[in-house]
Design a binder for this molecule. Structure first.
Ligand code: NDP
Length: 481
């Protein structure tokens, strides 16, 4: 199935093409391209930033009611097109249709949540030692915001950045990943139809160098980025060097600790979903499964059965649990990590069957030392490692022994272990008896260590902190009280 979509940049409310074009591929069927999109360049970015700069003054002055109404309308339009958007998501990214439907629904809900947030007060009042004086904080928009997004959640991650940015009165220049340009166009169409004024939301399509052009444009006040560590670090250095604001969500190497008292009926499906869901291409995916001695053998047996039974194939087909990797390049990286694990002596515990194809890869469960490269380096694919710990102490120490700190799970019903997890695990998201993946959009999200930058957490009521500037006002009556 092909959709023969044709994309365009959205700049100042107009759909704009470029002379160069790219093809968006379907990773499950590389011989059936999804569609064509324009490849912009630095001048495309300059035009979009110019439009966002010109639109900023008026948009920043719109009432919260107007902003909320447009955001709510965006949510309604996304919901009315769930099947169309989910199909495009599966065709471009490869995840299964049920996974895509869930993601699109969350994107709608994210716009609705921030429509509501636009109506809440973020002001604070402080006591003053001066009689009659009020000390009060007010917020103003950060300004022009660059939004740079990855392909693995091609509509939800843009939604969780764009929605709070717009709700707070910012204008946006959005550069999506090159693997998923047409779904980005579909969301931009919805924002356009919802009625955001020209220049408030701008979409530019093309290579990573266009993201760099946004980063380097001094008219852009802040960048919110999700993607790989090296690109994120480069963006951080460039933006902070010009005193801009930067928000980073980067990689992970997330542990799941399975304690002796764990309920395996609950733990095994949660671990397999966390490790292999979305073909393992989640920053919160479960990469290390750390088991203590009393439960390790039974856990391993059950994980082997569950992983072996996974159905891998075209995400458009019913009954498929795991789709392809996003691209042949992504597959090559996963294959390299697999080969390294085997060469370093990891034991293959289980592998599902995968069809032939440029992007398919068999979900595989290994056992071995935490010092294997598979135990340390992020892999964006369906490979996970079972690690033996001799005690709770060792399991917790192993969980923290990583440069990353995004998400961590503990499977236990023991209150003391739960309390220990909340206080000792070095991760921005801690799950008890639940997968390392999956978070709620009304709660803050972000990581520690190399997984995130130091700006405010994304999502929830903390999202507004990144997208606004706080002013502290001291207001005294004009004459003595
Ligand atoms: P990349 O970092 O390569 O790309 C992310 C985005 O940045 C894309 O839009 C890309 O454009 C753009 N980009 C590339 N180079 C530059 C540059 N020099 N300056 C500015 N922008 C640039 O990551 P992937 O898209 O490959 O995503 C996978 C990675 O993202 C994984 O490592 C994963 O860990 C991480 N990730 C983290 C998440 C989190 O929440 N912590 C969530 C999802 C992914 P283009 O596609 O055109 O190259």
């Amino acid at each position: 199935m092909t959709t023969s979509e044709t994309g365009a940049h959205l700049i100042d409310g107009e759909w704009v093409t470029s002379s160069a074009t790219g093809i968006s591929m379907n990773p499950a069927r590389p011989d059936e391209p999804v569609g064509e999109y324009p490849l912009g360049d630095g001048s495309t970015v300059a035009g979009a930033v110019g439009a966002a700069t010109a639109a900023l003054g008026d948009w920043a002055k719109t009432s919260f009611g107007t902003r909320a109404k447009l955001m709510e309308q965006t949510a309604v339009l996304i919901e009315s097109r769930i099947e169309e958007l989910a199909t495009l998501c599966t065709l471009e990214e490869g995840k299964t249709l049920p996974e895509s439907r869930g993601e699109v629904a969350l994107a709608a809900e994210t716009f609705r949540f921030h429509a509501g947030m636009a109506k809440t007060s973020t002001e604070r009042i402080f006591p003053s030692p001066t009689p009659g004086e009020t000390i009060r904080t007010v917020r103003s928009p950060l300004g022009v915001v660059g939004v740079i997004t990855p392909w693995n959640f091609p509509i939800q991650i843009p939604a969780w950045k764009i929605a709070p940015a717009l709700a707070a009165g910012n204008t946006v220049v959005w550069k999506p990943a090159s693997n998923t340009p047409l779904l980005a166009v579909a969301l931009a169409r919805i924002l356009h139809e919802a009625g955001f004024p020209p220049g408030v939301v701008n979409l530019v399509l093309g290579p990573g160098s266009m993201g760099q052009a946004i980063v380097d444009d001094e008219r852009v006040h802040g960048i919110t980025f999700t993607g790989s560590v090296p690109v994120g670090v480069g963006i951080r250095d460039a933006v902070t060097a010009r005193n801009g604001r930067v928000q980073l969500e980067l990689g992970g190497h997330n542990p799941a600790i399975v304690c002796d008292d764990a309920d395996l009926d609950l733990a095994v499906p949660a671990i397999v979903a966390g490790a292999m869901g979305a073909t393992g291409q989640k920053c919160t995916a479960t990469r290390r499964i750390i088991a203590t001695p009393g439960i390790r053998d039974e856990l391993t047996d059950r994980l082997i059965s569950a992983v072996s039974a996974l159905q891998v194939g075209d995400g458009m087909h019913a009954g498929i649990g795991i789709g392809p990797l996003v691209s042949p390049g992504a597959r090559a990286e996963v294959a390299e990590a697999y080969d390294a694990a085997v060469a370093e002596g990891a034991e293959i515990l289980a592998a599902a069957e995968a069809p032939a194809g440029d992007c398919f890869f068999a979900p595989t469960l290994f056992a071995g030392s935490p010092d294997l490269s598979l135990g340390r380096d992020e892999v964006f694919g369906p490979l996970s490692l079972v690690i033996a710990a001799d005690s709770d102490d060792e399991a917790f120490a192993m969980a923290n022994d990583t440069e990353f700190g995004l998400s961590a799970s503990v499977f236990t019903n023991d209150l003391w272990r739960i309390d220990r997890a909340l206080h000792e695990l070095q991760a921005g998201v801690i799950k008890i008896n639940a997968p390392t993946t999956g978070t709620e959009l009304h709660a803050p999200f972000g990581g520690d260590k190399a997984s995130s930058g130091h700006a405010a957490r994304e999502q929830g009521d903390t999202a507004v902190d990144f997208f606004t500037r706080t002013r502290t006002a001291y207001i005294r009556p004009g004459r003595p009280v």
